[in-house]
Design a protein around this ligand. Structure first.
Ligand SMILES: *Cc1c(COP(=O)(O)O)cnc(C)c1O
Length: 425
Protein backbone atom coordinates (compact mmCIF):
# COMPACT_ATOMS: atom_id res chain seq x y z
CA UNK A 1 0.00 0.00 0.00
CA UNK A 2 0.99 3.57 -0.50
CA UNK A 3 3.22 5.05 2.17
CA UNK A 4 1.69 8.21 3.68
CA UNK A 5 4.92 10.16 3.29
CA UNK A 6 5.48 9.37 -0.35
CA UNK A 7 5.53 12.34 -2.68
CA UNK A 8 3.41 12.62 -5.80
CA UNK A 9 6.03 11.19 -8.16
CA UNK A 10 6.44 8.10 -6.00
CA UNK A 11 2.67 7.67 -5.67
CA UNK A 12 2.26 7.93 -9.45
CA UNK A 13 4.71 5.05 -9.93
CA UNK A 14 3.99 2.89 -6.88
CA UNK A 15 0.53 3.51 -5.41
CA UNK A 16 -2.43 1.22 -6.01
CA UNK A 17 -0.75 -2.14 -6.35
CA UNK A 18 1.66 -4.08 -4.15
CA UNK A 19 2.63 -7.51 -5.48
CA UNK A 20 2.58 -10.48 -3.17
CA UNK A 21 5.62 -12.72 -2.85
CA UNK A 22 6.11 -14.18 -6.33
CA UNK A 23 3.16 -12.23 -7.73
CA UNK A 24 3.23 -10.33 -11.02
CA UNK A 25 5.29 -7.13 -10.80
CA UNK A 26 2.67 -5.22 -12.79
CA UNK A 27 -0.97 -5.20 -11.73
CA UNK A 28 -2.51 -7.79 -14.07
CA UNK A 29 -5.61 -7.35 -16.20
CA UNK A 30 -8.23 -9.43 -14.45
CA UNK A 31 -10.48 -10.04 -17.42
CA UNK A 32 -13.02 -12.10 -15.49
CA UNK A 33 -16.65 -11.34 -14.82
CA UNK A 34 -16.74 -13.32 -11.61
CA UNK A 35 -14.76 -14.80 -8.72
CA UNK A 36 -14.71 -18.22 -7.11
CA UNK A 37 -15.40 -18.84 -3.41
CA UNK A 38 -15.14 -21.98 -1.27
CA UNK A 39 -18.24 -21.42 0.84
CA UNK A 40 -21.58 -19.68 0.52
CA UNK A 41 -21.16 -17.53 3.62
CA UNK A 42 -18.20 -15.66 2.08
CA UNK A 43 -20.37 -14.60 -0.83
CA UNK A 44 -23.27 -13.67 1.46
CA UNK A 45 -20.91 -11.45 3.47
CA UNK A 46 -19.75 -9.72 0.30
CA UNK A 47 -23.35 -9.02 -0.68
CA UNK A 48 -23.98 -7.58 2.78
CA UNK A 49 -20.92 -5.32 2.37
CA UNK A 50 -19.58 -7.00 5.54
CA UNK A 51 -16.23 -7.79 3.95
CA UNK A 52 -14.20 -6.40 1.10
CA UNK A 53 -13.68 -8.46 -1.99
CA UNK A 54 -14.93 -9.14 -5.46
CA UNK A 55 -17.95 -11.06 -6.57
CA UNK A 56 -19.06 -9.58 -9.87
CA UNK A 57 -17.19 -7.20 -12.17
CA UNK A 58 -20.22 -4.94 -12.67
CA UNK A 59 -19.55 -3.79 -9.08
CA UNK A 60 -15.80 -4.09 -8.63
CA UNK A 61 -12.78 -5.67 -10.27
CA UNK A 62 -9.20 -6.11 -8.99
CA UNK A 63 -7.58 -4.19 -11.88
CA UNK A 64 -10.07 -1.34 -11.58
CA UNK A 65 -9.52 -1.40 -7.82
CA UNK A 66 -5.75 -0.84 -8.24
CA UNK A 67 -6.40 2.08 -10.57
CA UNK A 68 -8.90 3.60 -8.12
CA UNK A 69 -6.39 3.30 -5.28
CA UNK A 70 -3.66 4.98 -7.35
CA UNK A 71 -5.84 7.97 -8.22
CA UNK A 72 -7.21 8.26 -4.66
CA UNK A 73 -3.61 8.32 -3.39
CA UNK A 74 -2.56 10.95 -5.95
CA UNK A 75 -5.49 13.21 -5.03
CA UNK A 76 -5.03 12.60 -1.31
CA UNK A 77 -8.56 11.21 -0.95
CA UNK A 78 -9.96 8.26 1.00
CA UNK A 79 -11.51 6.39 -1.94
CA UNK A 80 -12.27 6.58 -5.65
CA UNK A 81 -14.77 4.97 -8.02
CA UNK A 82 -13.71 4.50 -11.66
CA UNK A 83 -16.30 4.63 -14.42
CA UNK A 84 -16.82 4.19 -18.12
CA UNK A 85 -16.25 7.90 -19.00
CA UNK A 86 -15.63 11.35 -17.64
CA UNK A 87 -19.25 12.13 -18.45
CA UNK A 88 -20.33 9.27 -16.19
CA UNK A 89 -18.11 10.62 -13.42
CA UNK A 90 -19.71 14.06 -13.46
CA UNK A 91 -23.21 12.59 -13.84
CA UNK A 92 -22.90 10.17 -10.94
CA UNK A 93 -20.97 12.61 -8.74
CA UNK A 94 -24.16 14.68 -8.76
CA UNK A 95 -26.79 11.92 -8.87
CA UNK A 96 -25.19 10.40 -5.76
CA UNK A 97 -26.44 13.40 -3.74
CA UNK A 98 -29.09 15.17 -5.85
CA UNK A 99 -32.42 13.84 -7.08
CA UNK A 100 -35.48 15.13 -8.94
CA UNK A 101 -36.56 18.40 -7.35
CA UNK A 102 -33.02 19.33 -6.30
CA UNK A 103 -30.73 22.09 -7.52
CA UNK A 104 -27.00 22.43 -8.26
CA UNK A 105 -24.93 25.59 -8.64
CA UNK A 106 -22.12 25.40 -11.19
CA UNK A 107 -19.50 27.71 -12.63
CA UNK A 108 -20.53 28.34 -16.26
CA UNK A 109 -17.11 27.76 -17.82
CA UNK A 110 -17.44 24.08 -18.61
CA UNK A 111 -16.57 21.43 -21.14
CA UNK A 112 -19.33 21.40 -23.80
CA UNK A 113 -20.47 17.89 -22.90
CA UNK A 114 -20.86 18.92 -19.27
CA UNK A 115 -22.90 22.02 -20.22
CA UNK A 116 -25.19 19.74 -22.22
CA UNK A 117 -25.43 17.24 -19.37
CA UNK A 118 -26.22 19.94 -16.83
CA UNK A 119 -28.65 22.05 -18.82
CA UNK A 120 -30.44 19.39 -20.88
CA UNK A 121 -30.11 15.86 -19.51
CA UNK A 122 -30.14 16.56 -15.76
CA UNK A 123 -33.02 18.96 -16.37
CA UNK A 124 -35.03 16.12 -17.92
CA UNK A 125 -34.30 14.13 -14.78
CA UNK A 126 -35.72 16.95 -12.66
CA UNK A 127 -32.44 18.42 -11.43
CA UNK A 128 -31.97 22.10 -12.17
CA UNK A 129 -28.45 23.45 -12.61
CA UNK A 130 -27.77 27.19 -12.40
CA UNK A 131 -24.70 28.27 -14.36
CA UNK A 132 -22.94 31.24 -12.82
CA UNK A 133 -19.90 33.25 -13.84
CA UNK A 134 -16.77 31.89 -12.13
CA UNK A 135 -15.95 35.54 -11.40
CA UNK A 136 -19.11 35.95 -9.30
CA UNK A 137 -18.47 37.42 -5.85
CA UNK A 138 -19.14 35.44 -2.68
CA UNK A 139 -22.34 37.45 -2.25
CA UNK A 140 -23.48 36.59 -5.79
CA UNK A 141 -22.69 32.91 -5.25
CA UNK A 142 -24.59 32.97 -1.95
CA UNK A 143 -27.60 34.59 -3.62
CA UNK A 144 -27.72 31.73 -6.15
CA UNK A 145 -27.93 29.04 -3.43
CA UNK A 146 -31.45 27.72 -2.82
CA UNK A 147 -32.94 25.65 0.01
CA UNK A 148 -32.88 22.61 -2.34
CA UNK A 149 -29.28 23.14 -3.58
CA UNK A 150 -27.25 19.96 -3.07
CA UNK A 151 -23.84 20.76 -4.51
CA UNK A 152 -21.55 23.44 -5.95
CA UNK A 153 -19.56 22.48 -9.05
CA UNK A 154 -16.72 23.89 -11.15
CA UNK A 155 -13.84 22.94 -13.45
CA UNK A 156 -10.45 23.71 -11.89
CA UNK A 157 -8.99 24.68 -15.27
CA UNK A 158 -11.94 25.20 -17.60
CA UNK A 159 -12.08 23.40 -20.96
CA UNK A 160 -11.58 25.37 -23.19
CA UNK A 161 -11.99 28.81 -21.54
CA UNK A 162 -8.86 28.09 -19.41
CA UNK A 163 -10.06 30.16 -16.49
CA UNK A 164 -8.71 28.96 -13.13
CA UNK A 165 -11.42 28.33 -10.55
CA UNK A 166 -11.02 30.22 -7.28
CA UNK A 167 -11.50 26.96 -5.37
CA UNK A 168 -11.33 28.59 -1.93
CA UNK A 169 -14.06 31.12 -2.81
CA UNK A 170 -16.38 28.41 -4.11
CA UNK A 171 -15.60 26.11 -1.16
CA UNK A 172 -16.28 28.85 1.35
CA UNK A 173 -19.77 29.53 0.01
CA UNK A 174 -20.52 25.81 -0.42
CA UNK A 175 -19.47 24.98 3.14
CA UNK A 176 -21.31 27.95 4.65
CA UNK A 177 -24.44 26.31 3.22
CA UNK A 178 -23.61 22.73 4.24
CA UNK A 179 -22.85 21.74 0.64
CA UNK A 180 -19.94 19.85 -0.91
CA UNK A 181 -17.76 21.46 -3.55
CA UNK A 182 -17.28 19.11 -6.50
CA UNK A 183 -14.51 20.02 -8.93
CA UNK A 184 -13.54 18.53 -12.28
CA UNK A 185 -9.73 18.37 -12.10
CA UNK A 186 -9.22 16.87 -15.59
CA UNK A 187 -6.88 19.50 -17.04
CA UNK A 188 -4.54 20.11 -14.07
CA UNK A 189 -4.48 16.44 -12.90
CA UNK A 190 -3.41 15.82 -9.28
CA UNK A 191 0.17 16.55 -10.37
CA UNK A 192 -0.54 20.24 -10.96
CA UNK A 193 -3.39 20.80 -8.49
CA UNK A 194 -4.66 18.96 -5.43
CA UNK A 195 -8.12 20.49 -4.97
CA UNK A 196 -8.76 18.82 -1.58
CA UNK A 197 -6.00 20.98 -0.11
CA UNK A 198 -8.00 24.09 -1.08
CA UNK A 199 -11.37 22.93 0.25
CA UNK A 200 -12.93 20.76 -2.47
CA UNK A 201 -14.80 17.70 -1.16
CA UNK A 202 -15.19 15.60 -4.29
CA UNK A 203 -12.88 15.53 -7.33
CA UNK A 204 -13.84 14.15 -10.75
CA UNK A 205 -11.68 13.37 -13.77
CA UNK A 206 -12.08 12.41 -17.33
CA UNK A 207 -9.21 9.90 -17.13
CA UNK A 208 -9.45 9.78 -20.93
CA UNK A 209 -7.22 12.86 -20.93
CA UNK A 210 -3.87 13.30 -19.12
CA UNK A 211 -4.30 10.44 -16.64
CA UNK A 212 -4.27 7.91 -19.48
CA UNK A 213 -2.25 10.42 -21.46
CA UNK A 214 -1.88 8.28 -24.58
CA UNK A 215 -5.40 8.57 -26.06
CA UNK A 216 -6.11 4.86 -25.71
CA UNK A 217 -8.90 4.58 -23.13
CA UNK A 218 -12.08 6.50 -22.34
CA UNK A 219 -12.75 6.62 -18.62
CA UNK A 220 -13.71 8.70 -15.62
CA UNK A 221 -13.25 8.67 -11.86
CA UNK A 222 -14.80 10.25 -8.78
CA UNK A 223 -12.59 10.76 -5.72
CA UNK A 224 -13.84 11.41 -2.19
CA UNK A 225 -11.85 13.51 0.25
CA UNK A 226 -13.60 12.08 3.32
CA UNK A 227 -14.81 13.89 6.41
CA UNK A 228 -17.74 15.76 4.87
CA UNK A 229 -20.62 16.24 7.35
CA UNK A 230 -23.27 14.42 5.32
CA UNK A 231 -25.38 14.22 8.49
CA UNK A 232 -26.13 17.96 8.43
CA UNK A 233 -29.75 17.33 7.45
CA UNK A 234 -29.39 17.93 3.71
CA UNK A 235 -28.41 14.41 2.65
CA UNK A 236 -30.84 11.93 4.19
CA UNK A 237 -30.03 9.32 1.50
CA UNK A 238 -26.50 9.06 2.87
CA UNK A 239 -27.55 8.85 6.49
CA UNK A 240 -30.88 7.05 6.67
CA UNK A 241 -31.06 3.28 6.20
CA UNK A 242 -30.92 2.19 2.54
CA UNK A 243 -33.68 -0.33 1.95
CA UNK A 244 -31.93 -1.61 -1.17
CA UNK A 245 -28.99 -2.51 1.11
CA UNK A 246 -30.62 -4.23 4.08
CA UNK A 247 -31.12 -1.03 6.01
CA UNK A 248 -27.44 -0.01 6.12
CA UNK A 249 -26.59 3.66 6.71
CA UNK A 250 -23.68 4.69 4.50
CA UNK A 251 -22.74 7.49 6.88
CA UNK A 252 -22.80 5.32 10.00
CA UNK A 253 -21.47 2.06 8.59
CA UNK A 254 -18.93 3.10 5.99
CA UNK A 255 -16.69 5.83 7.36
CA UNK A 256 -14.46 7.36 6.12
CA UNK A 257 -15.88 6.81 2.60
CA UNK A 258 -19.72 6.81 2.80
CA UNK A 259 -20.11 8.73 -0.47
CA UNK A 260 -17.99 6.23 -2.45
CA UNK A 261 -19.67 3.17 -0.94
CA UNK A 262 -23.10 4.62 -1.79
CA UNK A 263 -21.88 5.38 -5.30
CA UNK A 264 -20.80 1.80 -5.87
CA UNK A 265 -23.61 0.07 -3.98
CA UNK A 266 -26.34 2.04 -5.76
CA UNK A 267 -25.22 3.70 -8.97
CA UNK A 268 -22.47 1.41 -10.19
CA UNK A 269 -24.59 -1.60 -9.26
CA UNK A 270 -27.74 -0.32 -10.92
CA UNK A 271 -26.37 1.38 -14.04
CA UNK A 272 -23.49 -0.89 -14.96
CA UNK A 273 -21.19 2.09 -15.39
CA UNK A 274 -17.93 0.59 -14.11
CA UNK A 275 -14.68 1.12 -15.99
CA UNK A 276 -13.70 -1.99 -17.97
CA UNK A 277 -10.58 -3.76 -16.57
CA UNK A 278 -8.62 -3.30 -19.79
CA UNK A 279 -9.21 0.46 -19.73
CA UNK A 280 -8.21 0.55 -16.06
CA UNK A 281 -4.96 -1.24 -16.95
CA UNK A 282 -4.14 1.12 -19.81
CA UNK A 283 -5.04 4.18 -17.74
CA UNK A 284 -2.92 2.94 -14.87
CA UNK A 285 0.14 2.30 -17.03
CA UNK A 286 -0.29 5.75 -18.56
CA UNK A 287 -0.66 7.34 -15.15
CA UNK A 288 2.66 5.97 -13.94
CA UNK A 289 4.54 8.64 -15.93
CA UNK A 290 2.04 11.46 -15.39
CA UNK A 291 4.44 13.53 -13.23
CA UNK A 292 7.00 13.64 -16.05
CA UNK A 293 4.42 14.24 -18.75
CA UNK A 294 2.63 17.13 -17.00
CA UNK A 295 5.93 18.94 -16.54
CA UNK A 296 6.73 18.68 -20.26
CA UNK A 297 3.18 19.37 -21.44
CA UNK A 298 3.26 22.56 -19.37
CA UNK A 299 6.67 23.79 -20.53
CA UNK A 300 5.86 23.02 -24.17
CA UNK A 301 2.53 24.86 -23.91
CA UNK A 302 4.15 27.89 -22.30
CA UNK A 303 6.77 28.04 -25.07
CA UNK A 304 4.14 27.75 -27.83
CA UNK A 305 1.97 30.38 -26.10
CA UNK A 306 4.91 32.78 -26.01
CA UNK A 307 5.68 32.14 -29.68
CA UNK A 308 2.05 32.71 -30.76
CA UNK A 309 1.72 35.81 -28.60
CA UNK A 310 4.51 37.52 -30.52
CA UNK A 311 3.36 36.33 -33.95
CA UNK A 312 2.06 39.20 -36.14
CA UNK A 313 -0.81 37.08 -37.57
CA UNK A 314 -2.13 35.98 -34.20
CA UNK A 315 -4.89 38.16 -32.72
CA UNK A 316 -4.91 36.79 -29.17
CA UNK A 317 -3.58 33.97 -27.02
CA UNK A 318 -5.09 32.55 -23.86
CA UNK A 319 -2.79 30.59 -21.58
CA UNK A 320 -2.91 31.21 -17.82
CA UNK A 321 0.87 30.82 -17.64
CA UNK A 322 1.40 34.06 -19.60
CA UNK A 323 2.17 36.98 -17.28
CA UNK A 324 -0.49 39.30 -18.77
CA UNK A 325 -3.23 36.65 -18.59
CA UNK A 326 -6.12 37.68 -16.29
CA UNK A 327 -5.83 34.30 -14.51
CA UNK A 328 -2.04 34.43 -14.03
CA UNK A 329 -2.21 35.12 -10.28
CA UNK A 330 -5.01 32.62 -9.60
CA UNK A 331 -3.06 30.05 -11.60
CA UNK A 332 0.04 30.72 -9.51
CA UNK A 333 -1.97 30.16 -6.34
CA UNK A 334 -3.69 26.92 -7.36
CA UNK A 335 -1.51 25.29 -10.04
CA UNK A 336 2.10 24.12 -10.02
CA UNK A 337 2.16 24.72 -13.78
CA UNK A 338 -0.55 25.56 -16.28
CA UNK A 339 -0.93 22.23 -18.09
CA UNK A 340 -0.77 21.63 -21.83
CA UNK A 341 -3.80 23.34 -23.33
CA UNK A 342 -3.83 26.83 -24.83
CA UNK A 343 -6.23 28.75 -27.04
CA UNK A 344 -5.63 31.37 -29.66
CA UNK A 345 -7.37 33.30 -32.42
CA UNK A 346 -5.89 34.15 -35.81
CA UNK A 347 -6.30 37.69 -37.18
CA UNK A 348 -8.95 37.40 -39.88
CA UNK A 349 -11.25 35.27 -37.72
CA UNK A 350 -12.79 31.85 -38.32
CA UNK A 351 -11.71 31.57 -41.99
CA UNK A 352 -8.09 32.41 -41.30
CA UNK A 353 -8.12 30.05 -38.35
CA UNK A 354 -9.39 27.29 -40.59
CA UNK A 355 -6.49 27.90 -42.99
CA UNK A 356 -4.04 27.45 -40.14
CA UNK A 357 -5.74 24.29 -38.86
CA UNK A 358 -5.92 22.75 -42.34
CA UNK A 359 -2.23 23.35 -42.98
CA UNK A 360 -0.77 22.01 -39.79
CA UNK A 361 1.31 18.93 -40.51
CA UNK A 362 2.50 17.70 -37.12
CA UNK A 363 -0.52 18.89 -35.12
CA UNK A 364 -3.61 16.91 -36.10
CA UNK A 365 -7.21 18.02 -36.16
CA UNK A 366 -8.69 15.65 -33.59
CA UNK A 367 -11.61 15.58 -31.23
CA UNK A 368 -9.37 15.01 -28.29
CA UNK A 369 -7.31 16.94 -25.84
CA UNK A 370 -4.68 16.22 -23.26
CA UNK A 371 -2.69 13.40 -24.75
CA UNK A 372 0.91 13.09 -25.90
CA UNK A 373 0.31 14.01 -29.57
CA UNK A 374 -0.24 17.68 -30.38
CA UNK A 375 -3.72 18.32 -31.72
CA UNK A 376 -6.04 21.21 -32.49
CA UNK A 377 -9.78 21.66 -32.46
CA UNK A 378 -12.32 24.38 -33.18
CA UNK A 379 -14.77 24.11 -30.24
CA UNK A 380 -17.50 26.35 -31.71
CA UNK A 381 -17.96 23.93 -34.64
CA UNK A 382 -16.96 20.72 -32.83
CA UNK A 383 -17.09 19.92 -29.07
CA UNK A 384 -19.32 22.88 -28.26
CA UNK A 385 -21.49 22.93 -31.41
CA UNK A 386 -24.64 21.94 -29.45
CA UNK A 387 -24.41 25.23 -27.54
CA UNK A 388 -26.23 28.37 -28.63
CA UNK A 389 -24.46 31.72 -28.93
CA UNK A 390 -25.27 32.79 -25.39
CA UNK A 391 -24.07 29.47 -23.96
CA UNK A 392 -20.89 29.68 -26.02
CA UNK A 393 -20.18 33.07 -24.54
CA UNK A 394 -20.87 31.86 -20.99
CA UNK A 395 -18.60 28.86 -21.58
CA UNK A 396 -15.86 31.25 -22.71
CA UNK A 397 -15.79 30.03 -26.31
CA UNK A 398 -15.11 32.77 -28.87
CA UNK A 399 -16.17 31.91 -32.46
CA UNK A 400 -12.54 32.07 -33.64
CA UNK A 401 -11.08 30.14 -30.70
CA UNK A 402 -8.66 27.37 -31.71
CA UNK A 403 -7.82 25.02 -28.88
CA UNK A 404 -4.34 23.52 -28.97
CA UNK A 405 -3.49 20.48 -26.92
CA UNK A 406 0.27 20.73 -26.81
CA UNK A 407 1.90 17.31 -26.88
CA UNK A 408 5.24 15.86 -25.92
CA UNK A 409 7.03 16.25 -29.26
CA UNK A 410 10.12 18.43 -29.45
CA UNK A 411 8.98 22.01 -28.91
CA UNK A 412 11.00 23.33 -31.87
CA UNK A 413 9.12 20.96 -34.18
CA UNK A 414 5.77 22.07 -32.73
CA UNK A 415 6.61 25.78 -33.11
CA UNK A 416 7.91 25.21 -36.65
CA UNK A 417 4.60 23.56 -37.58
CA UNK A 418 2.50 26.49 -36.36
CA UNK A 419 4.94 28.92 -37.95
CA UNK A 420 4.63 27.35 -41.43
CA UNK A 421 0.81 27.15 -41.19
CA UNK A 422 0.49 30.79 -40.05
CA UNK A 423 2.70 31.84 -42.97
CA UNK A 424 -0.01 30.63 -45.36
CA UNK A 425 -2.67 33.03 -43.99
C1 LIG B 1 -13.39 15.42 -21.85
C2 LIG B 1 -13.90 16.02 -20.61
C3 LIG B 1 -15.02 15.49 -19.94
C4 LIG B 1 -15.76 14.30 -20.47
O1 LIG B 1 -14.97 13.17 -20.38
P1 LIG B 1 -15.15 11.87 -21.33
O2 LIG B 1 -14.12 10.96 -20.80
O3 LIG B 1 -14.95 12.31 -22.73
O4 LIG B 1 -16.55 11.38 -21.09
C5 LIG B 1 -15.42 16.09 -18.77
N1 LIG B 1 -14.79 17.18 -18.28
C6 LIG B 1 -13.71 17.72 -18.89
C7 LIG B 1 -13.05 18.91 -18.32
C8 LIG B 1 -13.24 17.16 -20.08
O5 LIG B 1 -12.19 17.72 -20.70
Amino acid sequence: MANKNWKLETLAVQAGYTPENGGPRVCPIVQSTTYKYDDAQSVADLFDLKREGFFYTRLANPTVDCFEKKIAALEGGVAAVAMSAGQTANTLALLNIARAGDHVLSAATLYGGTTNLFTMTLKKMGIEVTLISPDATEEELQAAIRPNTKAVFGEVLANPALGVLDIEKFAKVAHANGLPLIVDNTFPTPILCRPFEFGADIVTHSTTKYIDGHATSVGGIVVEKGGFPWDNGKFPELVEPDESYHGLSYFKNFQPMPYSVKMRAQWIRDLGAIMPPFNAFMSMVGCETIHLRMERHSSNALALAQFLKHHPKVGWVNYPGLKDNPHYETAKKYLKACSGVLCFGVKGGVKAGETVMNNLKLAAIAVHVADLRTCVLHPASMTHRQLNEEQLKAAGVAPDLIRVSVGLENIQDIIEDFSQALALV
